[in-house]
Design a protein around this ligand. Structure first.
Ligand SMILES: Cc1cc2nc3c(=O)[nH]c(=O)nc-3n(C[C@H](O)[C@H](O)[C@H](O)COP(=O)(O)OP(=O)(O)OC[C@H]3O[C@@H](n4cnc5c(N)ncnc54)[C@H](O)[C@@H]3O)c2cc1C
Length: 412
């Protein structure tokens, strides 16, 4: 059996793992990254990238974002159409629509293309060693780190970065992260061509249908007249209501009084496929002796929006920062890495808390319908809500009961 020694080994070359490798390389630190897949590879996802992703790419290397924007596999998307349970639509531009809106919005790109694009940037980097088709099968704790067993090689490392996604065996067996239904969602995705009535400005669509609450159905536009269509519902809700998500999705597409009309003449271009979303609604221990958990392996998906790509990227960047600091201390013991947990939750903890609250609120159909109706009649409220996607402080307003009192008794 061949043995490879690397001080830092990253398992998983999704957005979390790749960003860790690239930020480490930027700091002059070499790493080995392994993935069980051969790239390009698919990842079940909604494919929507928030402005957060653009921010991280800018921080990494100002050349990437302008180059990414030139790629024909992506489109920009600057807003969202919220569809309330009573089917009233609220159209919100991210960051508001006023002259002060200079923020970059989001993008949509199939993960097949996005992940391959990022993978290629990584593969050019001399400090990063990449091994594809190399599944980590076993993790053995040693006196000085971890042995990672793959079919053909044993990797001996001092620091393991687990970025292997929602089904991480390391997180479950070695980092004590158990799957809890109330902190986990099930999601389905199917690609379609020629869905009618797509937004002229490529806004994404979130349909909070009453049969799915607190989950939702989505339609996200893609280049070439394609769309990413799917549903996501929390796992405890799926079990309690005995939902069959495939049947629910089929019913919406074929029978929903409004949505089904948009699918007349549309064709699915792949099969319906599902994957899990580990949510950030519970804080976890993300580091320990000679390991860090990144992205989905660390349960960093926003509980309300389902956004996980940007958060995985943030975790890659924060991991690199903490590794740089730990290296100066000369070891990767749990105490040297504990700052990682603090850094992650300092950056994302507020968002997770607010999104968890939102999730409780959207159970009330009347409240959802009411806010959408009010916002449609009140430009200031609409602007404020558009800005909430950019600002945690504004989002916090929605947690405050006074906000609803003002809504109730305010003009309009
Ligand atoms: C249905 C659905 C819709 C979603 N929609 C969105 C959305 O629109 N926007 C958004 O921001 N987020 C969305 N998410 C969440 C997003 O997909 C994840 O948060 C994101 O992919 C996490 O990135 P990651 O790098 O942590 O893991 P992943 O992207 O899952 O990458 C993990 C990598 O590890 C590799 N790997 C796994 N096991 C091993 C092993 N044993 N050995 C070696 N390699 C291994 C895999 O091949 C993979 O390449 C959605 C998720 C789902 C399921």
């Amino acid at each position: 059996m061949k043995v490879l020694e690397h001080e830092i080994c990253i398992v998983g070359a999704g957005p979390g793992g790749v960003m860790a490798a690239l930020f480490l390389a930027k700091a002059g630190i070499p790493s080995l990254i392994i993935d069980q897949a051969k790239f390009p590879r698919d990842k079940i996802c909604g494919d929507a990238l928030s402005a957060k992703c653009a921010d991280i790419l800018q921080k990494l290397n100002p050349e990437i974002l302008p180059d990414f924007k030139k790629q024909d596999f992506q489109i920009s998307s600057d807003g969202v159409n919220f569809v309330a349970p009573n089917l009233e639509v609220l159209r919100l531009k991210f960051g508001g629509s006023g002259p002060g809106n200079k923020k970059v919005g989001g993008f949509i790109a199939k993960r097949f293309d996005l992940d391959h694009y990022l993978f290629q940037w990584m593969a050019q980097e001399p400090l990063i060693t990449v091994l594809e088709e190399t599944p980590a099968q076993q993790f053995i704790r040693t006196a000085d780190g971890w042995h990672i067993q793959t079919p053909d090689i044993r990797i001996e490392t001092k620091l393991l970065l687990d970025a292997s996604g929602a089904q991480s065996a390391f997180a479950r067996h070695h980092a004590g992260i158990q799957k809890e239904e109330i902190h986990f969602s099930a999601g389905l995705r199917v690609y379609y061509k020629d869905v009618k009535g797509m937004d002229p400005d490529n806004f994404i669509e979130l349909h909070f249908l009453k049969e799915l609450l607190p989950g939702y159905f989505w339609i996200f536009p893609l280049p070439n007249g394609e769309a990413n269509v799917g549903i996501g519902v929390r796992s405890d809700v799926v079990r309690k209501r005995r939902m069959n998500l495939k049947t629910e999705l089929k019913k919406i597409i074929e029978e929903h009084p409004v949505i089904s009309k948009r699918f007349e003449g549309a064709t699915p271009i792949d099969s319906v496929r599902g994957y899990g979303l580990p949510l950030g609604s519970k804080q976890r221990k993300l580091s320990g002796d000679q390991y860090l958990l990144l992205g989905d392996a660390a349960s960093l998906i926003d509980p309300f929006t389902g956004e996980g790509i940007g958060n995985a990227m943030i975790s890659g960047m924060k991991a690199a920062e903490i590794i740089l600091a730990a290296r100066t201390k000369g070891n990767y013991h749990a105490e040297s890495l504990a700052g990682y947990d603090a850094a992650i939750y300092r950056r994302l903890g507020k968002e997770f808390a607010i999104s968890t609250k939102f999730l409780q609120l959207v159970r009330y159909q009347w409240l959802f319908n009411f806010i959408v109706r009010k916002a449609n009649r009140n430009a200031t409220l609409r602007e404020t809500m558009g800005c909430m996607f950019e600002s945690v402080d504004l989002r916090r307003k929605l947690k405050n009961p006074l906000f609803y009192l003002k809504l109730l008794f305010g003009r309009d």
